[in-house]
Write a protein that binds this ligand. Structure first.
Ligand code: ZN
Length: 180
């Protein structure tokens, strides 16, 4: 759980990065920017900021802001009651995103944050620069980290359901989950 001061600081930084990416959001959206810290209490390393535009029964769109070096922890979106898990497309708008999915190792240009190596197992690297995108199919392990300039990423997906995601790091409990 973040203090109000820390939340406000990260929210403000997120607004700055959205400005750098030339992404306009309303005052109401600025107020409801979320800071996901996955119950780790270490948002500078494990965390990201997001604003959800829409999340209906069938589709979801949001903006993700990662400060320099911030990491979204490894997880997958499983099938639920016979319904396929979440499919998501990440499109980089600003900075560089180092995205990792399960599959053949192809040499990592990016790096894992220290102390979290064991819970970031996927090492098939996809590097996204502004205007580039990648689609992650359901139930595929993935995690991602911003480069030194931070990153802004648009996410387009099927419905987000926070409570069903499976994290590699078992210390991320249900309360700490945030479906990305
Ligand atoms: Zn995801």
């Amino acid at each position: 759980m973040l203090t109000k001061e820390v939340y406000t600081e990260y929210k403000q930084k997120a607004i700055e990065f959205l400005n750098k990416a030339n992404i306009v959001i309303t005052e109401e959206e600025k107020e409801r920017i979320e800071v996901a810290e996955y119950d780790q209490g270490n948002p500078a390393v494990i965390g990201l900021q997001l604003v959800v535009y829409v999340n209906t029964e069938r589709c979801c769109a949001k903006e993700l802001v990662l400060l320099p070096g911030q990491t979204c922890p490894e997880h997958r979106h499983p099938e639920i009651n016979g319904e396929k898990g979440k499919e998501e497309t990440f499109r980089c708008r600003y900075g560089t995103v180092y995205l990792y999915v399960e599959g053949e190792k192809n040499g990592m240009k990016g790096s894992k944050p220290k102390g979290y190596e064991d819970v970031l197992t996927a090492e098939h690297e996809i590097i996204l620069k502004p205007g580039e995108q990648y689609t992650i199919m359901p139930n595929t392990l993935h995690w991602f980290r911003a480069g030194d300039e931070g990153a802004v990423v648009s996410e387009f997906s099927t419905k987000s359901r926070d409570e069903y995601d499976i994290y590699t790091d078992k210390t991320i409990n249900a309360a700490g989950k945030r479906n990305i």
